[in-house]
Design a protein around this ligand. Structure first.
Ligand code: FEO
Length: 169
């Protein structure tokens, strides 16, 4: 495997685990303010991010490439209101999309078609993650200022259940 592609794939393991840690921090924020549905939604999001990390980890191992695990950074976002958290989520997903695109670009440059095919799932997934983050912001804008509506939105998010990723390696 090309050294740059390898480096970026290895780095992405860390970025995805960081994403899990970040969303766990979001979940903790909502748990503390009593919005247990929002807390559930982000806890499941954190589980999905761990899955993403493991997919990169497994892909490198399957390709007989060295995996090097690095320290996971501390979540460092400060929130003044619920909306801050949701917006930080969308910003983070856009950032992750840019990382996936960078790896894709590096693989494309060296005609690493197998890595490109592996990344196709993540390209689609990032589209969905950005849509989900955007939808949450829209719903909060519409309903967040009315306590009864916020209660119902919280109930809706409480119903989210974990599903394993459709990509199996
Ligand atoms: Fe693993 Fe939310 O991207």
């Amino acid at each position: 495997m090309d050294a740059k592609v390898h480096e970026l794939l290895n780095q992405q393991i860390n970025k995805e685990f960081y994403s899990a840690y970040l969303y766990l921090d979001f979940s903790n924020y909502f748990e503390e303010v009593g919005l247990d549905g929002f807390a559930n939604w982000y806890k499941i999001q954190a589980q999905e991010e761990r899955d993403h990390a493991m997919l990169f980890y497994t892909y490198l191992q399957n390709e007989d490439q060295k995996v090097t695990l690095k320290a996971i950074a501390k979540p460092d976002k400060e929130f003044n209101c619920h909306m801050d958290v949701l917006k930080a989520g969308l910003e983070h997903e856009k950032y992750v999309t840019s990382l996936i695109n960078d790896i894709y670009g590096a693989a494309y440059d060296v005609r690493d078609f197998r890595t490109m095919q592996f990344l196709d799932w993540f390209v689609k997934e990032q589209g969905e993650e950005e849509t989900n983050a955007n939808d949450l912001i829209t719903k909060m804008e519409l309903f967040g200022s009315d306590p009864k509506s916020l209660y119902m939105l919280n109930q809706e998010l409480a119903a989210r259940v974990y599903t394993a990723p459709s990509l199996v390696l």
